[in-house]
Design a protein around this ligand. Structure first.
Ligand code: MN
Ligand code: MN
Length: 290
């Protein structure tokens, strides 16, 4: 692990912490415009923008035990990254803590899921403009274009649901007809409303625990344009807040990927930091019975 700036309010020791922040400054599989390797540190910087007290829940983050582990290595290859991220995340689950992983490109997400203890039953809410369902991309099965596929390999098709999709290849869709991973497109969500769509997605996942993998490009470029492959007609920032709030009682872990600071006015990284804080606040509120 490499030292990094600290996430706001992350003052607890490893032993005391219930929530653990980890940065993965890796974007070697980015296919269009790079920069997500700078995501973890800039999201941390932006996290200091916010008050520690949460108006909606009454939770004060300055009283919540959060530890910031720093960043993993930058890694030379996706294979090294996968191994390194698994090793970094495994002890967090093993200690009964909740990991919050800041990317990095979306290739960094599957190893955070694969680190979940063997035999444990985990569902994934996968928020993305893209299906990320290729078997391999440019010769790399660990490309960010393959991340939902790798999670399905690990957890089974019924335990991964994708929300917010609006950009796919015909091959991915055809391929998925035999695999059967569920997805709810951004257009369906706009039609039926996020309340119904989030409920449907959470009902599809039969596992006790749910992991959220958030590709920031799930959110419309109007709110989150600083990303590798921006895609119009996306979810609102508030839609994603709602999904996090609804999943909080079952939350096992969260990642936020593909924030690309070189393209940012500061708004996208601030939103990413705020959504990470939202997840913590809502899990704490649930544990307190609020
Ligand atoms: Mn993705
Ligand atoms: Mn994407």
């Amino acid at each position: 692990m490499q030292p990094a700036g600290r996430f706001a309010d992350a003052r607890a020791s490893w032993d005391d912490a219930q929530f653990v922040i980890v940065g993965v400054p890796f974007d070697r599989t980015t296919s269009f415009r790079p920069g997500a390797r700078f995501g973890p540190d800039v999201i941390r910087q932006q996290s200091w923008n916010f008050e520690s007290y949460d108006l909606e829940t009454g939770v004060d983050l300055s009283e919540v035990p959060i530890h910031d582990l720093g960043n993993t290595d930058e890694y030379g290859s996706s294979a090294d990254m996968v191994e390194g991220v698994r090793e970094a995340i495994r002890p967090i689950y093993r200690a009964g803590k909740l990991p919050i992983v800041l990317g990095g490109d979306h290739a960094c997400a599957p190893p955070s899921v694969e680190a979940y203890p063997d035999g444990g039953s985990l569902g994934v809410l996968y928020l993305d403009a893209h299906l990320d369902f290729r078997s391999e991309y440019l010769g790399d099965g660990r490309s960010h274009a393959c991340s939902s596929r790798r999670m399905v390999d690990r957890l089974g098709a019924r335990n991964v649901v994708v929300l917010g999709v609006r950009s796919v290849s015909k091959e991915e869709v055809d391929d998925n007809k035999t695999v059967g991973m569920s997805f709810i497109s951004a257009h369906e969500i706009a039609q039926e409303g996020i309340e119904s769509a989030a409920q449907r997605a959470l009902n599809m996942l039969k596992t006790d625990r749910v992991y959220i993998s958030l590709d920031i490009d799930a959110i419309d470029p109007a709110y989150a344009g600083a990303t590798g492959t921006p895609e119009p007609f996306g979810l609102t920032a508030r839609d994603v807040k709602y999904v996090i709030d609804q999943a909080a009682p079952r939350l096992a872990g969260l990642d936020i990927m593909e924030v690309s600071p070189p393209w940012d006015s500061g708004n996208t990284s601030a939103l990413a930091a705020r959504l990470a804080r939202e997840a913590i606040v809502r899990v704490v509120a649930h544990r307190r019975g609020r």
